[in-house]
Design a protein around this ligand. Structure first.
Ligand code: AKG
Ligand code: MN
Length: 240
C-alpha cells in the first residue's frame, strides 16, 4: 500500500506537471469545432443573439458618445432614495427616469430641460432586426435607456414594467466590458441564471418572458479596446 505523499515533507524528486505547465489544447480540426450557437433561448420568448451587434460596435459607441454629449450620464436615485450604481442617460422621444416621485418615462431630460437626443437610426434599425429575429416583428421603439457600468457597478434584480403595452419586447445591447446578466424568474425569490454577455451580444425578452426579473453583476476591472473601463448597455423599449 502506498503511504499518501506529504508534499511538504517529502518533495518529489521530479517536479510534477501542473495545469499551469500545460499549453492550451488546440483543436485538432478547428473547422470541425462547433461554433458557439448564434442564438440561445433563455425562455419561450427570450433570446441571446450572440454578436449580433459586434460589427457595429464602433458606430454604436460613437452614437452613445454623441448622445452623452447632449444628455450627460448621471446617477439617479430610486424612489426609496438609493443612488443607482450604473450611470444613465437616454435618447429617443422618451427617456426613463427615477427620482423621489417614482419611475416613469418623460419627454425631456430633467437635467437640461431639453428633449432627449434623437434615437440614432442605426440603433433603431438594429433593435428592429433583433426583435424580428427573436419573433417580434414590427417593433418600433420610442425609448432608449443607456446604462454605463464602471467596474464594481451592477444592477439589482428588477422587472421592466413601466411601459404601457407589455406586448412589445425589450431589446438590450451589450458593449464594452463583458458582464454577467442575471436572468431570473417570474418572482424575485427565484434564483437567477448567470448569462455571460460580451461586446456585441443582444438579448431580447418578450411575450411570456416579458416580466422576468433580471439584473447585472458588476463587470470585473479591465480595459476594453473600444470602450475602455466601461460596460455600456442600451435597452430599447416601446414605452407608450
Ligand atoms: O445592463 C443590462 O444588461 C440590463 C439593463 C436593464 O435591465 C435596464 O436598464 O432595465
Ligand atoms: Mn431592466
Amino acid at each position: 500500500m502506498h503511504a499518501p505523499r506529504d508534499p511538504a515533507r517529502s518533495p518529489p524528486t521530479r517536479r510534477e506537471p501542473t495545469t499551469n505547465d500545460r499549453p492550451p489544447t488546440l483543436p485538432l480540426f478547428p473547422e470541425l469545432e462547433p461554433e458557439p450557437p448564434a442564438r440561445e433561448a433563455l425562455g419561450p420568448g427570450a433570446w441571446v443573439l450572440r454578436g449580433l451587434a459586434r460589427e457595429h460596435g464602433p458606430a454604436l459607441l460613437a452614437a452613445v458618445a454623441e448622445v452623452a454629449a447632449a444628455a450627460p450620464f448621471r446617477r439617479m436615485r430610486t424612489p426609496g432614495g438609493r443612488l443607482m450604481h450604473a450611470e444613465l442617460t437616454a435618447c429617443g422621444p422618451l427617456g426613463w427616469v427615477t427620482d423621489a416621485r417614482g419611475y416613469r418615462y418623460v419627454e425631456r431630460d430633467p437635467e437640461t430641460g431639453r428633449p432627449w437626443p434623437p434615437l440614432p437610426g442605426l440603433v433603431r434599425d438594429l433593435a428592429r432586426a433583433a426583435a424580428a429575429e427573436a419573433g417580434f416583428p414590427g417593433f418600433e421603439p420610442d425609448a432608449c435607456l443607456v446604462n454605463r457600468y464602471a467596474p464594481g457597478a451592477g444592477m439589482s434584480l428588477h422587472q421592466d414594467k413601466d411601459e404601457r403595452d407589455l406586448a412589445w419586447p425589450i431589446v438590450s445591447f451589450s458593449l464594452g466590458l463583458p458582464a454577467t446578466f442575471l436572468w431570473g424568474g417570474a418572482a424575485r425569490a427565484e434564483r437567477p441564471r448567470p448569462v455571460p454577455l460580451a461586446h456585441g451580444d443582444v438579448v431580447v425578452w418578450g411575450g411570456p418572458d416579458r416580466l422576468r426579473f433580471h439584473g447585472v453583476r458588476p463587470p470585473a476591472d479591465a480595459a476594453h479596446p473600444l470602450a475602455g473601463r466601461f460596460r455600456l448597455n442600451l435597452t430599447l423599449r416601446r414605452a407608450r
